[in-house]
Design a protein around this ligand. Structure first.
Ligand code: AMP
Length: 112
């Protein structure tokens, strides 16, 4: 069964897709936790970081570089909080790997 993000990529579920190439897309999070909250998502439905393999190395790096470029080009964001929730206890709710890029406010540490 297709994941939520596969359905967004195919157009079955609408979303604000800000960037797309042959390997990934960057969308705006539907429930933003900061003034800027983007998700960089591989088109390949890797379940979580735990499920990622050595062969996904370039893809995972690509997500970081594309995500920060979209955030910088479209929003001028220079400071980011990058979050990858991997597994339910870590807060992952969509079982399709994705990188959160948050910007536009002060972030605290440690995270909750
Ligand atoms: P996580 O909890 O780390 O798995 O992150 C999943 C993210 O997907 C959450 O921040 C949700 O707000 C976001 N999300 C869920 N449904 C949608 C949607 N239809 N469009 C955009 N973002 C979504």
């Amino acid at each position: 069964m297709a994941t939520l993000f596969e359905k967004i990529a195919s157009g079955e579920i609408p979303a604000e897709i800000l960037f797309r190439d042959d390997r990934c897309m960057v969308i705006r999070d539907i429930a933003p936790q900061a003034p800027l909250h983007l998700l960089a998502i591989p088109l390949k439905p890797i379940v979580s970081l735990v499920a990622a393999e050595d062969g996904d190395r370039d893809l995972l790096g690509h997500l970081l570089l594309v995500g920060k470029k979209v955030a910088a080009d479209l929003y001028g964001a220079q400071d980011f909080r990058i979050v990858i929730n991997s597994g339910e206890s870590a807060g992952q709710s969509v079982p399709h790997f994705h990188v959160h890029l948050l910007a536009g406010r002060q972030f605290s540490w440690p995270p909750g």
